[in-house]
Structures are given as C-alpha cells and as structure tokens.
Design a protein around this ligand. Sequence first.
Ligand code: F6R
Length: 610
Amino acid sequence: MCGIIGYTGPRKTTNVLLEGLRRLEYRGYDSAGIAVGRISGEPRLQIIKTVGKIAALQHEVPKDLEGAWGIGHTRWATHGGVTRENAHPHLDQSGKIAVVHNGIIENHRTLRILLEKKGCKFRSETDTEVIPHLISSYYEGDLLEAVLAALQHLEGTYGIAVVHADEPGRIVGARNGSPLIIGVGNGEMLLASDITAMVAYTNRVIYLNDGEVVDITKDNYSICDRHAKKLDKKIDEVSWALGAIEKTGFMHYMEKEIFEQPESIARAMSGRIDLENATAKLGGLNLTKRQLADVKRVRVIAAGTSWHAGMTGSYLLEQVARIPAQAELASELRHRNPVVENDSLWFVVSQSGETADSLYAMREVQRKGATVLGICNVVGSTIARESDGGVYVHSGPEIAVASTKAFTSQLTVFYLFTLLMARMRDMSREEGTRFANALAAVPEMVKETLNQRDHIQAIAKKYYRAKDFLYLGRGILYPIALEGALKLKEISYIHAEGYSAGEMKHGPIALISPDVPSFFLVSDDYLHDKTISNIREIKARGGPVIAVGVEGDTETQALVDDFIPVPKADPRFYPFSMVVPLQLFAYFCALELGRDIDQPRNLAKSVTVE
Ligand code: F6R
C-alpha cells in the first residue's frame, strides 16, 4: 500500500527519494510524488507529483533540482480517485508545509468543514489534506510544536512525514497505526514506512511505536510522545544485504523468490530441529512447558496466503499432534465477537506483520484474554511487536506482491510447532525422529521439484488462454489448492476457484466443460483413490485435467492430460513440494499474458486498511 520516504543529508535528495520510492513500488501504488526543500534563494518547497509509475515521476523531475532534504510518497488510493491532485505530498494554504501520509484520518470530514470555515482552500479529495492545513493553523515558527498540536485533533491511523520550507533540513514524523522507521546514518537521516526504502543507505534503524513522534535533522534525531515527553529508544541493526532486495539475474522478484525456497525453508528451520530429542526448539514462544502441555485447542488468525498456511498448519496439528485446530479469516473473526476459551492458544500469521485485518483481530482476542503468538517475516513489524511471543520465519525480504517463499516458511514454522506439541503428547521418539528427518529433507524435495520449471512452463503455454480454472485437493492438500487458485487469480487475472475435491459433486461440477481445466493435487496417501474417482468424474464430463502427483503414480499419469511429478516423500510433507508447481504455473501464465507480475493490478503487499 502507500509508502513513505524522507531524507536529510548531503546526498542528492531527489536521487535518494526516487530510489527509496522505487524500493517501495512492490507495496502496490497508483501515483507518487516528492517535496524537496530548496537550499538557496527564497525558501520554497518544490513539489512534483504524477499518476502512474515512479519512472513517470522521475521523468518529471528536473535533472538540476537542488535540495538537501525532502519527503516522498507512493499512494494507493482510498479517499478520492487516482489523480495528480490526490497524490501526496499535500500542502497547506501557504505552500510551505508539505505532508505525506499513510493510513486513514477518520474524522477528516469534520476537520475539513472547520478548516474551510477558517478560509482553507482544499485542492484534493483526500483525507490527508486536512493534516497540512491543521499543522499550519498551529505553526508559530516551530514545526514539531505545530505537529504535536495538530495530532491532538486527528482520529484514525497515520504514519506521516512533514517538512516546512522555512526549516531547512528538518523532517518531523509521527506514527499511529501505520509503520514509520528512522534510518540513522552518518551525517544523514532517513524516515520510511518500510526498511527496504533505506537499506541502501543504512542498516541502523529505530522502530517507532504508536503515539510516538520524531524530529530529525541530518546529524540528530529526537523522539517524544504526543505530549512532548522525550523518549529514549534503542537503535536496531538490520542484517539485510542489498542483494536480498534485488532481482539478481531473475526476470521478476516472484521468480527469484520461488527459486529461493530451498534456502528460505532451510533458514526457517535452522537451529530449530532438535534431532537428539526428536523434537523442535522455538525460542520466542514465551510459554513454559506446562503452559504448552495445557493447550487444548489452537486457533489461527490470518488473511490470504497466510490464511492458507494457517489452514494447512491446522490440518497438520490435528492429524499429527491430535490438537483441535482451526484457521480463522481475520476480517471475519474480528467482527464476529469471537469466543476466546481459556485453554486455547492463538497464532496470528502475517508475512508483513502489518495487515490491518490480522492486527485488529489479534487485538480483539487479546482484549478478551487470549495469548497470541505471531508468525511473521518482517522483523519489528507491528504484529511481531504486539503479539505475546512468536516465531520469525526468516524468509528474507519478500518483494513480489504475490507471496511465495513466505508461505513455505510459514508452513515450516507450523511443522516445527506440530513436532514440538506432538512430542509433548503421544508422538513416540521414533515417530518424532521420522518426522524431524522428513522436515529436514524438505529443502531438497523443493529443489528437485523446481527442476520441473521447463515442463511447467510448457503446460502454462498450453492452458494460459483458459478463462476459468478449478484447483482441487483433499485433506492437507485442500488449502494448497486454495493457494494455487489465489496465485493464478492474483498475477494472471484468470478466474480460478479452489475446492475440496470431495465437494465438487455438491455443485461446482456443473462448471466442467472442455474450456475449464482442473488442477488436481494427488497424494499417495489414504485419499489417493478417492481423488482418482474425482478426476474420473471430471474426465467423464470432458474437462481437461492437469495433476500434480507423486513420481511413479502411473495410474494418475495415465488418466490426466498433463502430469507434474514431485519426489516421493512422507505424504504429510507434500504441501511443500506440491505448492511449487502451482506457483510456477501461475507465474508462467502471467508471463504469457504479459501481466505486471511483481505488482499486479489493484493489489498491495502490505494491506494496512480494513
Ligand atoms: C497473496 C498475498 C496476500 C497476503 C495477505 C496477508 O499472495 O500476498 O493474500 O497473503 O494480504 O498478508 P500478510 O501475510 O502480510 O498478513
């Protein structure tokens, strides 16, 4: 969604801002803009805004635009259409105060009426524009003081960065429900909504909490709360190398991230398998053995792909650890007045750690007394910080909007947690060793599956013109079918639905025709024969079938039109290998169709609105 970057220091400001905005592109946006303070002559802010891509913005920026500090923004429209006027930065009446904003100001209508009565002329339809006017109404020569006064009137969520033409080199930022991070450099400072925007300049960062306000110049920063009380905060060092956020020879981030999975899965389990005791070690849970032993139920809060990981994890926990488990859609749960039982353990799964639906649902169950553990990728994200404990998945930055490697890392954490819980209950040491060894073998299994790349591309070339697809699986492969359908929809814009294969006969089978291909996931476990029967039902009605199945499954291979083999393994682990062909199939269909794969239309990486 929207992204913020601010810079003050000796570098060419426009370059840092444009580079930062380019790094934020992956979050999804529809317009962008910058405000750069002029350092010589009459103090003035130079504003450049465009609809469309950063390349278009760069085109508009004069090569000789000078300035030693400034702010930039990528906008994902919520209030008001995608127009140049609605793009940020927004200005006050005098044109001297500029603001970029992520989030939603809920009382903007009331504020707008009040400000209009005072003579402010609004130039956009956004909620954001009330902020510069409000700050201006309190400005008496000190930007921080004016921002603090204005914040007292804002209701809703915000991450903001503010500059004033008369205060060269100074940027004031504030956070409430929308991330803001300070980048501490050597003789330079940055402010951004996402570390990726500044990792090229510094790896020393300070995460702001809700209610905190920051005041930066090139050599200094100070942090206070909304009542101007000074706060001391520690600097964190992030370990990302620049290579982690570059394409390194791949055509798209998505392809790179699909191919990174053997390493990212290995990272997620690194140091967490205890082979000697045939169990798992998860340091951040903050729960005693007794508390873990007393857990009677697991509930998982998540959205989208993370929900599919949670659903797979729930199936596994029930099957292997014999703990009733259920994955909940965050957007539904929060508004359902959920029942929170004393003996339930809750997880919230979120790659970004900023998804508003998941965050608010987490807060709602916490309010009712739940203990919630986070499974997050982004270190220091809001969910990671507000959860009662948790596990980082260590995928490394996921830049493509469509989630791939984070998904398999989330799965890895659920497999580790299942092993831990199962060993505390009925699982024998021998069975624990088998499970742990099978888990340790997953990176190799995924690597072998990736060798099917060319075969999958050829299949995509055969089917990409189809208008509708069905994705079908049973048991633990049912959530993987849902994930396959979501991936195809997201990046190729082909309509696809995921179903439990057994549910087909209850309605969706009416869709089957020679124009509607079905993608089957076929395990070699107790559900194999039932899945084969479902394939026969579709073949009998003239529907083309592609199957991802186990190497050597000649029965399935003979029955279907196209077959993608995965290495034979413990069937409980097929979610890892079987999701890979679905990711690649979606990728290659989107490639054939010429889609914007890393930034699909209408989507955002981190969905910070409800
Ligand atoms: C799918 C996708 C989304 C996210 C969902 C939750 O490819 O990326 O469905 O999975 O928006 O996001 P996180 O995991 O950041 O909470």
